[in-house]
Ligand binder design. Structure first.
Ligand code: SF4
Ligand code: SF4
Ligand code: SF4
Length: 362
């Protein structure tokens, strides 16, 4: 492996590796030392499909046993005890392992060795901080699978917005979009700010079943997202979509109506959160009053700002929808009033007025 000094990317990455599966045990090395807020780690603790503790405790049938190394969830005392498996993996003495990266990756080249943006432990010989970039360069080529959790790790996210000084980026921009892990898998991006807990655990579980040799690789789209999770828009799963269809728009955030005029980008954002709910099937931004700000998207946040302003396309489509919506709402109101009355033949009289014609009548 070599580092291209011009791009800060790992160069000459093998692209035709043979998949190895059938593992009975696997380690998960999770690094959140990038430009990260640890929000994805915290979010994943809310998963229920399956819960992360079930995976760690070996309660999900058919999965390899798993050792999870995550600094927030670690039972170790921290320090060198926590770092030990990471150091072993960097030396090539721990395999197989899945590398999970949380947070965006800063560009060390732009400060030309003059300090570091972010680090994870120290070099044992020199005492110098080991940068996140050093760890990724060491671990990614050896990892059986590489997973980017959250939008920062997938596409750069909040920390990579215009004007940031770090030049940070998503993992695929750092390693190259054609990167293949030792298990012959592309990077698996699971975006979201933070990641939706069950989206992460469901995808990780699929990867683990693949590691066990019990499932094919997870299908990913061209942005390396799980296809089955990011193939539909927020709007297509939103509880408020009927209001949009009837051109019934909220003017403030206290309304149960469609929020497109108060800043919702749902019609053009790939995310399943309104459909799935956030925790245990409950919640999901627009369903519970939060506008969609596109936090799963590669263009987030710059292309969605200023937040809470009506999206330009939303203004146009809602304007075009208005005459149809007003007409259809009126028609539905009339029909709804009619349907809220019992049929006229429901009465306690001697005469049968339902139109039924009994055969026994002469
Ligand atoms: Fe934090 Fe969001 Fe970035 Fe995750 S994607 S590290 S939650 S800012
Ligand atoms: Fe679509 Fe947003 Fe309106 Fe829901 S609130 S129907 S996602 S525009
Ligand atoms: Fe992010 Fe929008 Fe999905 Fe909410 S609905 S998680 S804001 S992309």
């Amino acid at each position: 492996m070599s580092i291209d000094p011009g791009t800060n990317h790992v160069a000459s990455m093998p692209t035709s590796r043979q998949a190895r599966t059938g593992f009975e045990h696997i380690d998960i090395l999770w690094i959140s030392e990038g430009m990260s807020c640890d929000g994805d780690t915290v979010s994943v603790t809310a998963a229920s499909q399956p819960p992360i503790e079930d995976v760690v405790l070996g309660l999900v049938p058919g999965l390899p046993t798993v050792n999870l190394h995550n600094k927030v969830l670690s039972p170790t005392l921290g320090g060198e005890q926590f770092l030990a498996p990471f150091r072993a993996a960097a030396r090539g003495e721990l395999e197989p392992f899945i590398l999970v990266i949380e947070g965006s990756i800063p560009n060390q080249n732009i400060i030309e060795g003059d300090g570091y943006w972010t680090s994870f432990g120290n070099d044992l010989e020199t005492g110098e901080p080991l940068t996140l970039n050093w760890w990724i360069d060491q671990l990614a080529p050896k990892a059986w699978a590489v997973v980017a959790v959250g939008t920062c790790a997938a596409y750069g996210g909040i920390h990579a917005m215009a004007g940031n000084p770090t030049g940070c980026m998503g993992l695929a921009d750092y390693l190259g979009w054609d990167f293949k892990s030792a298990g012959a898998l592309p990077i698996v991006n699971i975006p979201g700010c933070p990641v939706m807990p069950d989206n992460f655990m469901e995808t990780l579980t699929w990867v683990l079943y693949h590691a066990a040799g019990a499932a094919p690789p997870p299908p990913l789209d061209s942005l390396l997202r799980p296809q089955w999770l990011f193939g539909k828009t927020v709007h297509e799963g939103c509880d408020r979509a009927a209001y949009y269809e009837q051109a019934d728009f909220a003017r403030d955030y206290n309304s149960p109506k469609c929020q497109v005029k108060v800043g919702c980008w749902g019609p053009v954002v790939n995310c399943n959160v309104p459909k799935r709910g956030w925790m245990g099937g409950i919640g999901g931004c627009p369903n519970v009053g939060g506008i969609c700000i596109g936090c799963t998207m590669p263009g987030f946040p710059d292309k969605f700002m200023p937040f809470m302003d009506a999206p330009p396309g939303g203004s146009l489509s809602s304007m075009l929808n208005k005459p149809y919506g007003a007409f259809i709402r009126r028609m539905r109101t009339i029909t709804n009033i009619a349907l809220n009355k019992e049929p006229k033949w429901h009465h306690n009289g001697r005469e049968l007025t339902s139109g039924y014609d009994p055969r026994w009548r002469p």
